[in-house]
Design a protein around this ligand. Structure first.
Ligand code: 13P
Ligand code: SF4
Length: 304
């Protein structure tokens, strides 16, 4: 069954001159078939630079929107139109405008996990891979609004000693990883190195050895001489961690850390997407042009 679907995808991918991009949280078989698999920063760079006519985005809506903003001349497809990100929907453009009104001199940095409208209201975008560097690139005295993820925001404030104004947004999957989960995992595997995503809550992050974006986790695990790792992020990444590091062991901090939206993409939906050119993600020009400015700045700032 899967083989038949994979063959269909292969054929359609060529016919349409399509590139398949997948996030590191996608189901294993989708990460395996993708032309490129990565974190939000890596995927944005790929989307901006591809020569394919069609981008099939195996991820969630804000990622496909980002691709449509960066590559407006391409057709961007999201195989499931309901694959959204609850965190991105935790702040609206109107709420951000009100916050800006309260802090008229502040610069706005928004996490890429946000809607195109919110990006259009922001000065800079960032991902978990370069949030610290983006904030550090701003003038030292600047007042900075950071939306929507308060957990990533606190991590950035910690690393930069900047005084940030937060918004109470969060990832509904990462907060399922609790301090107790991690304490238990560490007790069972005392020699393991803990890699956590900055979207985790603060007590979890305090117990971690490294705070990394998903692609940074893959790079760290591959380059490390250690053999055992506890992974505090969405469990989809464990598929590729294991595949790339056959001799190493990866233990999820919590089996509950699953993003249901990331798992909405399936092989049949990719086939339907390429057959029927659905679901096309577009961003109206007035929003796109303003949002692109903050995304261009995001892409310019490289992680340390
Ligand atoms: P990164 O892969 O950029 O670390 O992002 C994590 C995430 O939650 C994406 O939705
Ligand atoms: Fe959104 Fe969290 Fe899912 Fe990422 S893992 S798409 S931040 S809900």
């Amino acid at each position: 069954m899967d083989q038949r679907l994979l063959e269909k995808i292969e054929k359609l991918r060529k016919q349409r001159n399509a590139v398949i991009l997948a996030h590191n949280y996608q189901p294993g078989e989708i990460q395996d078939l993708a032309d490129f698999c990565g974190d939000s920063l890596g995927l944005s760079v790929k989307a901006a630079n591809t020569d394919a006519n069609v981008i099939v985005f195996c991820g969630v809506k804000f990622m496909a929107e980002t691709a449509a903003i960066l590559s407006p001349q391409k057709t961007v497809l999201l195989p499931d139109k309901h694959a959204g990100c609850p965190m991105a929907d935790m702040i609206t453009a109107e709420q951000l405008r009100q916050l800006k009104h309260q802090h008229p001199n502040a610069l706005v940095v928004c996490y890429v996990n946000s809607t195109a409208e919110v990006k259009a209201e922001s000065d800079y975008c960032c991902t978990s891979a370069n949030a610290v560097e983006v904030v550090e690139s701003l003038p030292p005295q600047a007042e900075i609004i950071f939306v929507p993820d308060c957990h990533l925001g606190r991590h950035v404030a910690d690393k930069t000693s900047r005084n940030l104004i937060f918004w109470p947004g969060y990832c509904t999957s990462h907060i399922l990883i609790t301090e107790e989960n991690l304490k238990l995992a560490k007790k069972e595997h005392p020699e393991a190195i803990v890699l956590a995503h900055p979207e985790c809550n603060e007590p979890v992050k305090e117990l971690a050895d490294e705070l990394l974006s998903t692609s940074q986790m893959l790079k760290f695990a591959a380059g490390s001489a250690e053999r055992k790792f506890i992974i505090a992020t969405e469990i989809g990444i464990i598929h590729t961690l294991k595949k790339q590091n056959p001799g190493k062991e990866f233990i999820p901090a919590s089996e509950r850390a699953i993003c249901p939206n990331m798992k909405k993409i399936t092989l049949d939906k990719i086939v339907a997407s390429l057959e029927d050119m659905q679901y096309q993600i577009t961003v109206p020009d007035d929003i796109r042009v303003r949002a692109k400015k903050s995304l261009d700045r995001m892409i310019e700032v490289l992680p340390a």
